[in-house]
Write a protein that binds this ligand. Structure first.
Ligand code: GDP
Length: 186
């Protein structure tokens, strides 16, 4: 449960393509999951139940509300890593970052160092939370929990293994990040 009396907070979701960013967001905001990879560069803004066009085609933006009516979060995710690297728009005004890798893809874990660098370059004091997604794929797991935890500890960030498919820890991870953002803004 997220409590505060405040304003809009911007959260971005980043990590390699295919790690499950879009599904993590749709699982959290709409309790939906898709087996298809999100290759359609349409813009989706989820404003509660409405989807509206947005100016930047490569960015998807979700709007959710907290416990009190005046607490709002904008959750952005993008499938275009090039767009992300070349624009400050994605990072502008951001309060929190959900950084995601895929526990079945070693490369997405190795790229975390690079992602943290990019985040730090743009945002000096945004809160970061690390998610190792696809924890349901036990038999395909190549990044062990201890390595995920050790990386998070080395950066001083919170870590969850999660699954957008079976819902494990998605709500907990998001709510912890949102609450940390709210607390640090108060
Ligand atoms: P994005 O490019 O990071 O936004 O990744 P997507 O959300 O489009 O997901 C990429 C693929 O991984 C899709 O085929 C999803 O169905 C799948 N996927 C996403 N999350 C999970 C998960 O938690 N478990 C499993 N098994 N598959 C997932």
């Amino acid at each position: 449960m997220i409590r505060s009396k405040s304003k809009v907070s911007k959260i971005i979701v980043i990590g390699d393509k295919g790690v499950g960013k879009s599904n993590i967001v749709t699982r959290f905001t709409q309790n939906e999951f898709s087996l298809e990879s999100s290759s359609n560069p349409m813009i989706n803004i989820y404003t509660d139940v409405k989807i509206k066009p947005f100016r930047f085609p490569e960015i998807r933006r979700s709007v959710i509300r907290g416990e009190e009516d005046d607490l709002k979060f904008h959750i952005w995710d993008t499938e275009s890593q090039d767009a992300l690297r070349s624009t400050d728009l994605y990072f502008k005004g951001c309060h929190g970052v959900l950084l995601v890798y895929d526990v079945t893809k070693q490369e997405s874990f190795e790229n975390l160092e690079k992602w943290v660098e990019i985040i730090r370059e743009h945002l000096s004091d945004a809160k970061i939370l690390l998610v190792g997604n696809k924890s349901d794929l036990h038999h395909l797991k190549t990044v062990c929990t201890e390595d995920g935890q050790a990386f998070a500890d080395s950066k001083g960030i919170t870590f969850y293994e999660a699954s957008a498919l079976d819902c494990t820890n998605i709500k907990d991870a998001f709510e912890e990040l949102l609450q940390t953002v709210v607390d640090s803004n108060n």
